[in-house]
Design a binder for this molecule. Structure first.
Ligand code: DGJ
Length: 732
């Protein structure tokens, strides 16, 4: 396709306008689709394209190009840095060509080729604006081979940052932090001058992953405000940034939003002809607040060819039920009870392999422990299948305990400095899976296990950070290993899935330590947290959902009223309603449950099966409420004729009444009916007299106009703290 001087990519209500007239292209606009732009319109935008000859005038905004660097007068973070063994530290990229195309799915694509005669590299940047409005940016950098003078020098790449400019009205930053059992804690701050940089050096995104760095207009919320966000689809080290220089970011732009892989010195050095492919960076824009962003990411994930198409089976995971106490009779009893209550997939967690009686030994020895399982896993796996359930197994392939046969036989396979290993975490170290033999060993073990026991599902764990992640080279010298480790992991998952196309895999990392679009390209579910306390889960699930749709987020009911990880007690209905809004599961030892508890689990399982088509295909909506004591979140069918909401009170507040609450996502010009699903228990109320519709809605449908729900707000009951109510809404 012929490429005009100014290219407008348009899809999903988003527009990206790129000016190709200068030495290096510039993004003139990323945000709302501006429609077909006339020449006058393009010229009006192109106000930001300052001729290079003016760049040295002090009162002229600097150029912020698609590949920003100092040669263009840009003194913020450069698009890439590196050197040819101490030389060619500057860079001077120039446009070498561009191609525009449109994909069969309606995506709009622009490929830009840059050549950099100073760094002696060629750069290929691909912008793909998906029908969901997500802009996926891929970058490849190739060390040239056709240059005679310097071709023996390697190009040492310090890093690539994929960046886009934002307008001055983007003034507030939202990103995430967290820890084990408290993942995805949001944090907000104003955009100030300087660089706000989040670096991840854990060898995985981590429990404190920035996750989705978002910059929005003042006070942007779930439903309101304009917001721009970036996510790196990568499961290794990474870097996010929001940056503001006093001189702005090119013309009317003020702020730079960017991300990329964090490389350790020496991690990528390109020989002539070699290419570095940066992880895909996903940029999303919304003028409907955070829900607008999550909508786009959910649509993007749901459009994947690999997105699960079967109803998400109700899971029973044995971890909180039995921990390391693997006893066949007890587990068979558990399987029977699970089938009775309606469980559809039973997952045998940690503790089944050689020497694994606790968390100090065994990792690496992926053979069934004959002392605990004298007849292998077949007696359990077969029974689970006979009972009509799928069989799942926990593995942690990338890890190794020093107390294991594998570590004794292959100490050289452990990732770490040749000078001696640093401290363990959870008694374990990391296996260097970039080592071909170690990788082949894992593939053989996993392939055999999956085949032998007809395993339907793997819970793939990763419980430690990668400290001193260096590979021992044949020359005895250590080299940084996170990138190689991450790519080897992807290859391993791909190879296993190729051999077992029906196998589903969950990404777990001591809870939610590895949730990103790189791992999600190869897995079918994420475990968001080891914390099953519903109070914590309300928030962890709310924010995990910022990127990942509910059908991919594991939401399990804890083993007991007292949460194992917080020791807080929770009401049964609060636990069950909270665990409904995702891919539901149970962690309890049902052999110890009372008849009444089994009955309520059975009722809940039926409710999950009834509601999952809506829960797993609807659009996620979250209300903007005053204060943090209450939450209202739900899913609404795409045609807005059905919805399910959770109204929960997390804490007390000084306010006497919950008041009128607007239900997001519904149509104001429709008539609806509302009922409260009380099958798994009624919430306890703070009010003696809740709004009159409430008691009727416990009995059956109550008509409520969409205008009341959507515009005025429905009068909501004031619940006691740590209580939840399940509301079903249907078009009348
Ligand atoms: C950490 C996981 O997050 C838990 O669910 C459990 O699988 C344990 N590891 C097992 O060691």
């Amino acid at each position: 396709m012929d490429v005009p001087a100014v290219v407008a990519l348009r899809a999903g209500g988003v527009g990206v306008v790129v000016d190709l007239t200068g030495e290096v292209p510039k993004v003139l606009h990323w945000g709302r689709d501006l429609g077909e732009l006339s020449t006058a319109g393009l010229e009006a935008l192109a106000f930001t394209a300052i001729p290079a000859t003016l760049n040295n005038a002090v009162d002229v905004p600097p150029t912020f190009s698609l590949w920003a660097n100092e040669s263009q007068g840009w003194l913020g973070t450069p698009a890439h840095e590196g050197h040819l063994e101490g030389r060619a530290t500057a860079s001077h990229p120039r446009l070498a060509g561009a191609e525009q195309s449109r994909g069969p799915d309606g995506s709009a694509e622009l490929m830009v080729r840059l050549c950099d005669d100073v760094s002696d590299v060629d750069i290929l940047v691909t912008y793909r604006l998906d029908p969901t409005g997500i802009l996926a940016v891929d970058t490849e950098m190739t060390r040239r081979s056709a240059t005679l003078l310097k071709s023996d020098l390697r190009y040492h790449l310090a890093g690539v940052s994929t960046m886009l400019p934002l307008p001055r009205r983007a003034t507030e930053i939202l990103d995430f932090t967290g820890k084990w059992c408290r993942e995805r804690a949001p944090q907000r701050r104003p955009v100030t001058f300087g660089s706000y940089v989040r670096e991840v050096r854990r060898g995985k995104p981590g429990h404190d992953s920035p996750y989705l760095l978002t910059v929005g207009t003042s006070g942007f919320g779930f439903r309101e405000g304009e917001a721009w966000a970036v996510h790196v689809g990568w499961s290794g080290n990474q870097r996010y940034l929001a940056e503001q220089l006093p001189e702005g970011a090119g013309g009317t732009h003020a702020v730079v939003l960017g991300a990329g892989e964090l490389l350790r010195p020496g991690e990528v050095s390109l020989e002539a002809g070699q290419t570095y492919a940066a992880p895909t960076c996903y940029f999303a824009w919304s003028d409907r607040g955070l829900d607008g962003l999550s909508d786009r990411f959910h649509e993007l994930l749901r459009a994947r060819g690999t997105h699960p198409k079967t109803p998400r089976p109700l899971v029973l995971n044995t971890w909180e039920a039995v921990y390391f106490d693997h006893d066949l009779d007890r587990l068979l009893g558990l399987a029977e009870k699970a089938a009775e209550v309606g469980v559809e997939r039973l997952v045998l967690d940690d503790g089944w392999f050689r020497g694994r009686r606790d968390d100090t030994a065994g990792l690496g020895d992926w053979y069934v422990d004959a002392k605990v399982w004298p007849h292998g896993l077949s007696p359990l796996a077969d029974r689970v299948h006979e009972l009509g359930m799928q069989f799942g197994l926990w593995v942690e392939p990338e890890m190794i305990n020093l107390d294991s046969q594998l570590a004794r036989e292959h100490p050289e396979w452990i990732l770490g400095p040749s000078g001696g290993l640093g401290p363990p975490q959870r008694h374990q170290y990391v296996l260097n899976i970039a080592n071909e033999q170690a990788w082949a060993y894992l593939l053989e073990r996993l392939d055999t296990l999956v085949g032998e026991y007809s395993i339907d599902y793997l819970k793939w764990d990763h419980n430690r950070d990668l400290h001193e992640a260096v590979c021992r080279g044949a020359d005895g010298l250590d080299r940084p290993g996170v990138r190689a480790q991450t790519l080897a992991l992807y290859r391993l998952l791909d190879a296993l899935r190729e051999r077992h196309p029906a196998l589903e895999i969950e990404s777990c990392a001591g809870g939610g330590g590895r949730i990103d679009l790189g791992i999600l390209a190869r897995t079918d579910r994420v475990w968001p947290s080891d914390c099953n306390d519903p109070l914590e889960r309300q928030l962890i699930q709310r924010w995990t959902g910022q990127l990942v749709p509910p059908e991919l987020v594991a939401t399990h009911v804890s083993a007991a009223a007292q949460a194992h990880t917080t020791h807080r007690h929770a009401a049964q209905s609060f636990r069950l309603i909270t665990a409904l809004f995702g891919h539901a599961g149970i962690e309890a030892d049902l052999t110890r449950s009372s008849a009444q508890e089994l009955e309520i689990f059975t009722t809940w399982a039926a409710l999950y099966r009834e509601l999952r088509p809506l829960l797993h295909q609807g659009r996620v909506v979250r209300a903007d409420l005053v204060g943090e004591a209450t939450v209202l979140h739900g899913v609404v069918s795409p045609d807005r004729t059905a919805a399910l909401f959770c109204w929960a009170r997390l804490a007390t507040s000084s306010e006497g009444q919950a008041g009128q609450v607007i239900f997001p996502g519904l149509a104001s010009d429709r008539d609806y009916r509302v009922r409260i699903r009380g099958e798994v228990g009624h919430p306890s109320m703070f009010q003696v007299a809740p709004p009159p519709w409430v008691s009727r809605a416990f009995e059956g449908w109550v008509p409520v106009p969409g205008a009341v729900l959507r515009l005025a707000g429905l009068a909501m009951p004031t619940l006691n703290p740590e209580q939840a109510m399940l509301l079903e809404i249907r078009a009348a």
